[in-house]
Design a binder for this molecule. Structure first.
Ligand SMILES: Cc1cc2nc3c(=O)[nH]c(=O)nc-3n(C[C@H](O)[C@H](O)[C@H](O)COP(=O)(O)OP(=O)(O)OC[C@H]3O[C@@H](n4cnc5c(N)ncnc54)[C@H](O)[C@@H]3O)c2cc1C
Length: 393
């Protein structure tokens, strides 16, 4: 880190995560990719070492060490295994609705279990007909006495089938557009809740991505998060705080690929010298390292601002920028790492092949990078700036 703003305690925790990642998770990464199995052993490792606690305050059994350190933890794990890094990112994504909008009772029931890792959460917004345009969702919830009855389905839900609790968005007033969406907590054993197909996919193969269905699914009325009609702003406030986690996953992939390509380039010889000494390869390595460092600067700034209480439009913009830049860098840099390894880069035995496949999703989920650009530009247009054009008629 160029400007180490971490306290001694935070540095120790970062070093612990780094060590666990290198010694315990890295040797599992290729197997996880090939088996497509959710890595419960990695969840257990995180539980035993209180790593889930990094995402929660002390009040609810967490470590209270803040957002910056939680991003660094995702980055460290992402350097060796993007599937395992996503487990951490989704512990935050699936918990944020409760942290931001939960009642005291809801927080007391769920957050300690999520902080210890006893329970895994999921965040269920996307549907077959609504991804970027989340307000086009069709799932509905109607109040019946002291229960809500949910009908509909969600698609592409990370942790489907392994989560114990789902934060679900559904329409309580289907004619009211954004204002008709509400947020609910649905436990995996709720009657009428079912997990459907788990999707085979290009990368992050150990992570489950699946359908979930609600068929007259009954949940207590107390499981409403916030008030009826507050679901859309809750969903967006969650994403403002969770997107940097995907940025951290992307940065981890980019730095992991850079480190691997560098070592390879120092030992692989062509035309009488290591390829790292051929200027075209040296230039690629320099660009890869520079992009990682620039991405890190933006991501850590975003983490610090969240720790200082950033909210609203300022947070939306910096969080979208961090997600956009780190994940575009992830795709560029992992592609370059494959190029540096030549034919070996394309072969499964070498980790950069997996890293390049894993990087692609970071540009797509939690809002595609086109959507991030829309968010950033929207905030730019709203800002009052002194301009060279001021006074020009
Ligand atoms: C592996 C995986 C895990 C996921 N995990 C979750 C999860 O845990 N929870 C969850 O709720 N969702 C999850 N998703 C869903 C993901 O967030 C959506 O797939 C994503 O937001 C894009 O939505 P879409 O697929 O419907 O694409 P669409 O919205 O149909 O977009 C298609 C293309 O059009 C572009 N586009 C759309 N609208 C605009 C516009 N206004 N301007 C410019 N370009 C536009 C998009 O950028 C994209 O390139 C996951 C998806 C995958 C693949």
């Amino acid at each position: 880190m160029p400007w180490d703003v971490l306290s001694d305690e935070q540095r120790e925790l970062r070093d612990l995560v780094r060590q666990l990642a290198r010694e315990r998770i890295a040797p599992r990464a290729a197997e996880i990719d090939i088996s497509h199995e959710f890595p419960w052993d990695v969840v257990e490792l995180f539980r035993e070492n209180d790593i889930f606690g990094l995402f929660f305050t002390e009040e609810y059994g967490g470590l209270g060490t803040g957002t910056l350190l939680s991003l660094i933890a995702i980055e460290e794990v992402g350097k060796v295994c993007a599937t395992s890094a996503l487990i951490l990112a989704v512990q935050e994504l699936g918990s944020l609705g409760l942290k931001l909008a939960g009642s005291d009772e809801q927080k007391e029931r769920y957050l300690p279990r999520l902080a210890s890792g006893e329970w895994l959460p999921a965040y269920a917004l996307t549907e077959p007909g609504s991804g970027s345009d989340s307000a086009a969702m069709r799932s509905e919830a109607r109040r019946e006495g002291d229960e809500y009855v949910l009908n509909g389905g969600k698609r592409f839900i990370t942790n489907a089938g392994v989560a114990h609790v789902y934060v679900v968005f559904a329409k309580t007033d289907p004619d009211a557009g954004h204002a008709g969406i509400s947020a609910f907590v649905v436990e995996a054993d709720a009657p009428g809740f079912e997990v459907g197909r788990i999707e085979p996919k290009m990368g992050i193969k150990g992570s489950t991505t699946g359908e979930i269905f609600f068929d007259d699914c009954r949940i207590p009325a107390d499981n409403l998060l916030g008030e009826e009609g507050e679901g859309f702003p809750i969903a967006m406030r969650v994403l403002d705080r969770s997107r940097p986690g995907i940025g951290a996953q992307g940065l981890g992939l980019a730095q992991g690929a850079t480190d691997y390509a560098l070592e390879y380039a120092k030992s692989r010889e062509t035309m009488g010298k290591p390829i790292a000494q051929h200027q075209l390869i040296a230039g690629m390595l320099a660009d890869m390292e520079t992009k990682c460092e620039a991405a890190r600067g933006l991501l850590y700034k975003c983490g610090q601002l969240i720790d200082e209480g950033a909210d609203g439009a300022d947070l939306s913009k910096i969080s979208a920028m961090a997600k956009l830049y780190c994940t575009d860098v992830a795709m560029e840099v992992t592609t370059d790492a494959v190029q540096i390894l030549g034919g070996y880069g394309y072969i499964q035995e070498y980790p950069v092949e997996r890293m390049m496949r894993d990087a692609k999703i970071t540009q797509i989920y939690e809002g595609t990078n086109q959507i991030q650009r829309l968010v950033i530009a929207r905030e730019m247009v709203k800002e009052q700036r002194s301009s060279l054009l001021a006074g020009v008629s």
